[in-house]
Design a protein around this ligand. Structure first.
Ligand SMILES: Cc1ncc(COP(=O)(O)O)c(C=O)c1O
Length: 511
């Protein structure tokens, strides 16, 4: 029983209840049920739906943007709106014929796990605000460390929004550790220009990270690649020497394990040796390729990744979990604190008395953090490791199968070796003469073809630009894709390609 408190003097009335937002459990259940009904219908109808529609921005804006009402929308009206959003104005990365960019399918158990995470609404910036969530994220990170061959005693990881943020965190730690002055205190201006090295095939987010770190985009020097799109070691060593000679301080190499264009893997053991010999930070951007370490047949290609100082990879790509969630792993986890710790006097805690654990908000760029780990963790628990390993391996098998079908077809050309699950090819009609204008025309044709495939809705692939050739690119990180879908994608490309060729081919290239 609490002791009676004295009443305040004067005008202050006792506030009455304001409960509009406080739906009870029955109301919550009814609302969630209708949402889950939509999701269930989506799962049932997915294979028959177009991968994407032929809308333009104005049409979608007109249908989706609306005034926020002062009073509640009736549920029927609200769910009609959500139904239209789901079935008329969305596109589906989980569709069996979606093979574009590097966007994962979205695990099925990951979606309800996200609902539970939001329902709990813990703040994973502080342990006391998120005890279970913090320990789950830490357990997940220890598991990832082991899978990548890092020692979970000294290594550790951190969940961020995706590959771009994971690279940013890794490069920030690299900068702070390798610059021999207090960059965090006095800034980048207090020492010589710092530089990272990466292959020409590096994802643009590395240059953007260098820009965000005050190093400018030139803070990443790009190195030529060999015929298989892998960083050339001779050119790397030469660039480092050249920069040293002109007063620039090399601080690290960004290797890519699974480049965005072709899936190439840089020579990791050689880069690890070079970094060790020259005291450089060794980062591996494995945003796409990383989860392939789970697959027995693909894992050997990643030898050397266990020597990295940091690894970034995206569960929301080839681990298929729902957007978003990227991950950065550090060989020496304490470096995250070195790079991100900040004192906030209002966040006081006597951990000796409370016995509480680590506050993850002190170990990365975000202060408040959501429970992103749950959808990944629940997916792993619900499916088990073997299911992921098997499916990742199967995706790569399907990409090789697509490459074989491309090579067997007279009107297609395979444009790069298949390393992981990306197949780059182009439509090149067999009757096209070997003329100086051929390459230029094939670029025009394939550029239009990619757009038409994306608008057509029966399949969905994206593009790459390889040595100035515009090519079609299928990236299979999709546990619903099977051989039928691969064949159908090629059939759609052949049909639309033939039609466009009739329309676009210049007189000079007609036989
Ligand atoms: C190698 C690589 N790094 C980084 C990224 C960026 O990742 P995200 O889109 O999750 O930020 C990508 C995206 O495809 C990528 O392929």
């Amino acid at each position: 029983m609490l002791a009676a408190m004295p009443e305040p003097e004067g005008e202050m009335e006792r506030p009455s209840l304001v409960s509009d937002l406080d739906w009870d459990a029955d109301r919550a259940r009814a609302f969630a049920d209708r949402t889950v009904d939509l999701w269930e219908e989506l799962l049932r109808r997915l294979p028959e739906l177009p991968v994407a529609g032929r809308w333009n921005a104005g049409q979608v804006r007109a249908a989706m943007a609306r005034e926020v009402p002062d009073e509640p929308l009736p549920d029927d009206e609200l769910f009609d709106y959500l139904r239209a959003m789901t079935f008329e104005y969305s596109m589906y990365p989980g569709h069996p014929r979606f093979m574009a960019y590097i966007s994962g399918t979205g695990t099925v158990p990951g979606a309800p796990a996200d609902l539970l995470a939001a329902g709990l609404n813990m703040n994973v910036g502080g342990w006391r605000l998120a005890p279970s969530a913090t320990e789950i994220e830490l357990a997940l990170m220890r598991w990832f460390c082991r899978e990548f061959g890092l020692d979970p005693q000294s290594a550790g990881g951190y969940l961020v929004s995706g590959g771009a943020m994971a690279v940013f965190v890794a490069l920030k730690v690299a900068r702070d550790v390798k610059a021999n002055w207090d960059v965090r205190g006095s800034g980048i201006r207090s020492g010589p220009a710092l530089r990272f090295y990466a292959s020409q095939e590096v994802h643009v987010v590395s240059q953007r990270a260098a820009d965000m770190l005050g190093m400018g985009r030139e803070g990443v020097r790009t190195i030529p690649v060999d015929g298989d799109y892998r960083m050339r070691m001779d050119a790397l060593a030469e660039a480092i020497e050249q920069d040293r000679g002109s007063g620039i301080r090399p601080i690290g190499v960004i290797a890519t394990a699974g480049t965005v264009a072709t899936g190439a893997i840089d020579p990791l053991p050689e880069i690890a040796d070079l970094c060790a010999a020259r005291d450089l930070w060794f980062h591996v951007d494995a945003a796409y390729g990383g989860p392939a370490v789970l697959a027995e047949d693909l894992r050997p290609m990643f030898a050397g990744i266990e020597r990295a100082d940091s690894i970034s990879f995206d569960p929301h790509k080839w681990l298929y979990t729902p957007h978003s969630g990227g991950c950065v792993l550090l060989r020496d986890w304490s470096n995250l604190v070195l790079s991100f710790a900040a004192l906030a006097s209002y966040v006081h805690e006597d951990k000796e008395t409370s016995g509480h654990g680590i506050d993850l908000g002190m170990m990365g760029p975000q202060f408040s953090r959501g429970f992103q780990a749950l959808k990944v963790w629940v997916s792993l628990l619900a499916h088990g490791r073997t299911a992921f390993a098997r499916r990742i391996s199967h995706d790569a098998e399907l990409a090789r199968y697509l490459a074989a079908r491309v090579e067997a077809h007279p009107d297609f050309e395979l444009m790069a070796p298949v390393t992981l699950s990306i197949c780059c090819f182009r439509y090149a009609p067999s009757d096209l003469p070997d003329d100086p204008g051929r390459e230029e025309y094939l670029n025009v044709l394939n550029e239009r073809l990619m757009t038409e495939i994306q608008l057509d809705g029966r399949a969905f692939c994206s593009n790459a630009v390889l040595h100035e050739a515009f090519v079609l690119r299928a990236c299979i990180v999709n546990f619903r894709t099977e051989a039928d879908d691969v064949e159908a994608t090629l059939e759609v490309a052949a049909e639309l390609g033939g039609r466009l060729d009739k329309e676009l081919r210049p007189e000079t290239l007609r036989g």
